[in-house]
Write a protein that binds this ligand. Structure first.
Ligand SMILES: [Zn+2]
Length: 410
């Protein structure tokens, strides 16, 4: 006997009606997995192509036929990264013409027949919300668990790929073609803002994992976080979700320091109010009630800030330096006074591993559950036809996190 899903749904509705005497509020789902608002797939995708320095141009390209391992994603949004701002300003990676955007997320609207699971083993279906992380161009068999200790820095990433004849290579677009062998995660249980923040948050999950290897960071540690841009603010939030409560934030901007308090810092120090490093170190000590920090996170890109931070740390303390995503120049320290005689344990941190990426999804849920205003990090949202304005806003250092968000979702 052949009976299709529609007939089953009608039968169930009939039975429910007889049981309750009224129409069910909505049709019971008989294992439908229809796209939630993906709509019809257009012939062409629109990308924001960076055609020259500081210039994006909307261009249309046909959405190609999907290979058996490919996934077509309708883009919902994408964060603007410092890396994008560098590329926009100077093209240091020589990528022009390029479709930028690597902190993106969207909804699966079409999949090749071989696609069943994401990189963590979670099922993938039409309508699922996803993020990408990197592309295993050279080794398609690698899995996230093999990459547990391997930093993904230097890997190929959507949004930092040279243009090719597909063109749908970056998230500053309305559709992206995720090709077989790419890392993709099903993050349907996170809202759009959280999904846009995954990539920068993964940087901090990794940094704190690196910090933990020193064995100095404990629940009751006194921790100083220097720099309250998005990275420093997320750092405070990650520490808070771990149960570390004695946090002092250092920055030169009162607004950012106020936000740092809402993220979980219990004291703040504005370095503008203190002349010279000794006075500043004294202020940090006062903020901890007369003690130096057990551990410090350096979250600015300033070499002077790197040199200063040793003065905030007690003998035998630890430091995680994560502020230099790119070359910011040389810092001058005194190895005897700053490092050796104090027996400081120093770790550097850069990018993240795939495992850290997956850990980040849980961090975002925990941060929201304890009421941290993580989503307020996104201060500006621009549609695709205003990518030039979006990047200019980033370069002008206005707000915190700037994002491209699809027009109907802003
Ligand atoms: Zn980024």
């Amino acid at each position: 006997m052949a009976i299709n899903e529609n007939e089953i749904a009608a039968l169930v509705q009939q039975v429910l009606k007889e049981m309750t005497g009224k129409e069910p509020a909505s049709a019971p789902s008989a294992s439908y997995s229809a796209p939630s608002g993906g709509g019809d797939i257009p012939k062409n995708a629109t990308v924001a192509m960076m055609t020259k320095l500081q210039h994006f141009e909307l261009q249309q390209y046909p959405i190609p036929e999907l290979g058996d391992d490919d996934i077509l994603v309708r883009v919902e949004g994408c964060g603007i990264c410092g890396t994008d701002a560098h590329e926009y300003k100077n093209d240091p990676f020589s990528l022009i013409p390029v479709v930028l955007g690597h902190e993106g997320t969207g909804e699966i609207v079409k999949m090749g027949k071989n696609v069943k699971k994401d990189s963590a083993g979670k099922p993938l279906n039409i309508g699922d919300k996803v993020v990408t992380c990197m592309i295993f161009k050279d080794d398609p068999d690698i899995t996230m668990f093999d990459l547990n200790k391997q930093n993904v820095g230097g890997a190929d990433v959507y949004g930092l790929l040279p243009d090719d004849d597909v063109h749908l290579n970056g998230w500053y677009s309305d559709y992206i073609l995720v090709r077989g062998g790419s890392t993709i995660f099903n993050v349907s249980d996170l809202d759009l803002d959280s999904r846009i923040l995954i990539e920068p948050c993964a940087v901090l999950i990794h940094a704190v994992e690196r910090a933990k290897t020193t064995n100095i960071l404990r629940f009751n540690s006194r921790v100083v976080v220097q720099g309250c841009g998005p990275i420093g603010l997320i750092c405070i939030a990650v520490l808070r979700t771990m149960g570390i409560e004695n946090i002092v934030a250092v920055d030169g901007n009162e607004q950012r320091l106020a936000f740092a308090k809402r993220m979980g810092a219990n004291e703040t120090v504005n370095f503008m109010n203190h002349k010279g490093i000794d006075a500043l170190a004294g202020a940090v000590k006062d903020a901890f009630g007369g003690y130096l920090a057990d551990f410090a996170f350096q979250c600015t890109g300033s070499p002077v800030a790197h040199a200063n931070i040793y003065k905030f740390i007690r003998n035998g303390g630890g430091l995680c330096e994560l502020g230099f995503f790119i070359n910011g120049g040389d810092a001058t320290i005194n190895p005897h006074f700053d490092l050796c005689s104090k027996e400081i344990t120093l770790v550097g941190s850069w990018v993240y591993t795939l495992r850290d990426y997956a850990t980040t999804f849980d961090f975002l849920k925990r941060a929201q559950a304890i009421g941290l205003p993580i989503k307020e990090l996104i201060t500006h949202r621009f549609p695709l036809d205003q990518m030039n304005e979006a990047l200019e806003t980033n370069l002008a250092q206005k707000g915190l996190k700037i994002a491209y968000v699809r027009k109907d979702l802003i």
